[in-house]
Every structure is written in structure tokens, then in C-alpha cells.
Design a protein around this ligand. Structure first.
Ligand code: FAD
Ligand code: UDP
Length: 374
């Protein structure tokens, strides 16, 4: 940073959804001069999408299915994009057949070889299958208590072992609890009221959001390179890294994506296929089903879970949470004494979806405004 940079009112570390939203709010609502940095070569964080060499749009860091129940959040984002319907349909591959997933009446009928099932028939069937666990303490107990052993082993066990390299009994119930179980024929992946995809993609959305004369974006710049810091800092990177891993490293799960071009318009019937079997990958994604791009070719992304690599998933165990709380105590002091605010999936070590981190960013902005607004 050179001497002219001292004129910035705020430094925002990380140009993911949180960094972009806070940059936009500070620039437009407080008139702040904002320096927004990211160590990567692009904005949008893990929501980043781009055109692959084949010309097909891909989601570089895994499929991002935008969903929210908040009309006001949608209105806010709609300033920067038009939308297309989400259409997030997932199937699970088991014994050479594709089952609608999350489990719903159609999955249950197909799995148990019935012509069809009413909600009452399905409830009675699962009453026979499920295990009597009133307060599930982990993901295994959660699934067993809902659908029983057969479906747990068919759809959850293998996938979870691959995804986390941990047994579901060692993971919080919230991990498999993310997936609804339905007594209707709704086959959508998630339940939210609004399921939409930015028409030109997430990168275009966040680029438009941060296109403001008060915002300077510096890419391929790490926080450690910034010597002279403005009076307020927002940090959206990993919290343990900020404190030089003083209490030890937080555990993260990573992924490797293998993008393969296929010479036909579509290969899969729906955007995502999950494999709870012994294939090395967990899921295959054909994001064209969501982007609705018209193109003679398609790209399939194979996802291979990894221990090393970019930090994608905080690992929700009691030990990791306890370690995070030690860092959080330091972070709270840093906010109090140095005006450094911590926000986002990496900074809060929490498995947040995009709508949730944006809501958090808007709350952080209100806090910041009440303390520093002018
Ligand atoms: P990020 O998007 O991670 O952005 C943080 C940015 O900070 C990064 O660009 C990083 O390079 C930068 N940074 C970190 N440290 C430094 C540093 N020291 N110096 C400079 N820059 C730094 N959400 C959904 O709503 N729907 C989905 O379907 C969905 N699917 C997902 C699939 C996968 C595989 C993953 C990993 C996440 C998914 N998410 C999904 C979650 C979504 O990606 C996050 O909620 C969202 O991106 C979090 O925004 P953020 O700004 O907190 O962090
Ligand atoms: N899961 C599973 N089988 C599936 C899909 C998900 O067992 O077919 C479990 C797995 O542990 C996963 C969790 O449910 O990590 C949450 O799934 P989701 O698809 O929401 O994960 P994400 O999209 O965040 O990777």
C-alpha cells in the first residue's frame, strides 16, 4: 500500500459475497472510500462462475444453488441482476437406478417397490423402518431416526464417509439434517420460497454490485501484503489464519473439481447426481440445467473430497467448535479495540449458505454504521 492508500476509510479482506455486499453498503450508504482486496484473481468468492474453455459456463468452486426465504434480501440483490428459475433437481444413484433425492414419496415408492404411496402410507412405512431415537446426537442417529437403516445405507452412509472422511456418527446432526425428508412429491433439492439463479451468473452480479467510484478492487492481493491499514477492517478470511494459528489450525474439508467436456447438449437428466457408493467422487454436476445456457456441448464436474486444499467446509464437530470459540473470543476483542470485524463462512467457521452470509453481512453493516456512521 502506498501513501495515497491511507485515504481509504475501510479495508475489506475477501471479495466473496460478504466482502462485496459490505463494500457496496459502505460505499453507497456511508460514502466511505473502500479498498476491497482478494488473494484470488476474481471477485465472487466461492460463488465464482466463468466460461470454461469449451464456452460452457461452469461454477468453478462447486454448484451454487441460490435460495432464500427473504423477499427483502431478494429485492436488495435484484438491483444487480435479473433472475432465472433455479430448477435444482438432484437424483441419487443406487444399484444402477436413479432415485429422486431428497427422499420424498416418489423415492420411497421406488425404493420399496410400491406403485405409489400416500403421505399416510409413507408415514406408516417409515414408522416400521425408523429407529426410536428421540434426540439424535449425531448425523447417523438423525437419519436412522427418520428413515431407518436401509435408506441410511443406500443414500447417506457412503456419501458422508467420502465427503467428510468421517463416520456420520462423528458428525453433528446438522450435517445430514441439511437434507429435508418429505411426505409429498416435491423433488426440489431445497425447500426455500425463492429458488433463483442470477441471469448472467454470480460473478456478473458481484461485479455490478462493486462497480462504484468509491470502491477500489485489488485482486491477487493477500491481507499480509497490506501494511498501512485504514481505521476500519472487515475480515472474511479464515479466522485461525488471522491469528497466525495461535491456538492451532481449524479443520476444513476441501474438494477437487474435475471438469470434463462432453460432445452433446446434455448428458444428465438433471443438474446433480449423488453417488453414495464406492466411486471416488461424491457427485457429478451439469450446471447447464441451472444456467439454461444454449450450447452444443456440455461440461460435467466431478467432485472429489480432499483433506488438503482451499478451505471449503468447516467440519462441524464439538472439538472444532470449541477451538473456534477460542478464536472468536480474540476476534471479539479485536472488534472492540481495533475495529476489525469478522464476517462470513471462513471468518465465522460456519457452514453458511450464500443467502445466510449476505444476511449476516447486512447485519454487520448495521453494527458498523451504528458505531462509525457519519
Ligand atoms: P467466500 O465466498 O469463501 O469468500 C471469501 C474470499 O476471501 C475468497 O475469495 C478468498 O480468496 C478471500 N480471502 C481469504 N483469505 C484472504 C486473505 N488472507 N487475503 C485476501 N483475500 C482472502 N451456498 C448456497 O447458497 N447454495 C449452494 O448451492 C452452495 N453450494 C456450495 C458448494 C460448495 C462446494 C461450497 C464450498 C459452498 C457452497 N455454498 C453454497 C456456500 C457459499 O459458497 C458461501 O456461503 C459463500 O461463498 C460465503 O461467502 P463468504 O464471502 O463468506 O466467503
Ligand atoms: N448427504 C448424503 N447423501 C447425499 C447428499 C448429502 O449423505 O446424497 C449428506 C452429506 O453428509 C452432506 C450433507 O448431507 O455433506 C449435506 O448435503 P448438501 O448437499 O447440502 O451438501 P453441500 O451441497 O453443502 O455440499
Amino acid at each position: 500500500m502506498n501513501s495515497t492508500d491511507l485515504n481509504y476509510d475501510i479495508l475489506i479482506v475477501g471479495a466473496g459475497p460478504v466482502g462485496c455486499v459490505l463494500a457496496e453498503r459502505c460505499a453507497t450508504q456511508l460514502g466511505y472510500k473502500v479498498l476491497l482486496i482478494d488473494k484470488r484473481a476474481h471477485v465472487a468468492g466461492n460463488c465464482y462462475d466463468r466460461f470454461h474453455e469449451s464456452g460452457v459456463m461452469i461454477h468453478q468452486y462447486g454448484p451454487h444453488y441460490f435460495r432464500t426465504n427473504s423477499k427483502s434480501l431478494l429485492d436488495y440483490l435484484s438491483q444487480f441482476t435479473e433472475w432465472i428459475p433455479g430448477n435444482y433437481f438432484v437424483t441419487s444413484f443406487f444399484r444402477n437406478k436413479y432415485f429422486p433425492f431428497p427422499i420424498n414419496l416418489l423415492t420411497l415408492a421406488q425404493f420399496f417397490g410400491k406403485e405409489s404411496l400416500t403421505p399416510d402410507e409413507a408415514k406408516a412405512l417409515l414408522e416400521e423402518k425408523r429407529e426410536n431415537i428421540d434426540f439424535p446426537k449425531n448425523s447417523e442417529e438423525f437419519v436412522l431416526s427418520r428413515v431407518g437403516k436401509e435408506m441410511y445405507e443406500a443414500f447417506y452412509l457412503g456419501y458422508t464417509l467420502k465427503q467428510w472422511d468421517m463416520h456420520p456418527r462423528d458428525l453433528s446432526p446438522s450435517v445430514c439434517g441439511r437434507i429435508p425428508i418429505r411426505f409429498n412429491t416435491d423433488c426440489r433439492y431445497v425447500d426455500h420460497e425463492y429458488q433463483l439463479t442470477p441471469k448472467e451468473g454470480f460473478t456478473a452480479l458481484f461485479a455490478k454490485m462493486t462497480n462504484h467510484p468509491n470502491i477500489t478492487i485489488q485482486l491477487e492481493t493477500d491481507f499480509s501484503e497490506i501494511i498501512q491499514k485504514p481505521p476500519i477492517v472487515i475480515y472474511t478470511g479464515p479466522i485461525d489464519e488471522y491469528f497466525d494459528y495461535g491456538f492451532g489450525k481449524l479443520a476444513w474439508r476441501s474438494l477437487q473439481f474435475d471438469f470434463q467436456v462432453k460432445d452433446s447438449e446434455y448428458v444428465q437428466d438433471n443438474v446433480q447426481i449423488n453417488y453414495s457408493n464406492d466411486f471416488d467422487y461424491t457427485r457429478t454436476v451439469e450446471i447447464k440445467h441451472v444456467t439454461k445456457q444454449v450450447h452444443p456441448k456440455t461440461v460435467i464436474s466431478y467432485e472429489y473430497p480432499k483433506a488438503e486444499g482451499d478451505p471449503y467446509y468447516p467440519i462441524p464437530t464439538d472439538a472444532n467448535h470449541a477451538l473456534y470459540l477460542r478464536y472468536k473470543e480474540l476476534a471479539d476483542q479485536e472488534t472492540e479495540t481495533k475495529n476489525v470485524y469478522f464476517c462470513g463462512r471462513l471468518a465465522e467457521y460456519k457452514y453458511f449458505n450464500t443467502d445466510e452470509v449476505i444476511e449476516n453481512a447486512l447485519r454487520t453493516f448495521e453494527l458498523l454504521k451504528s458505531k462509525h456512521g457519519r
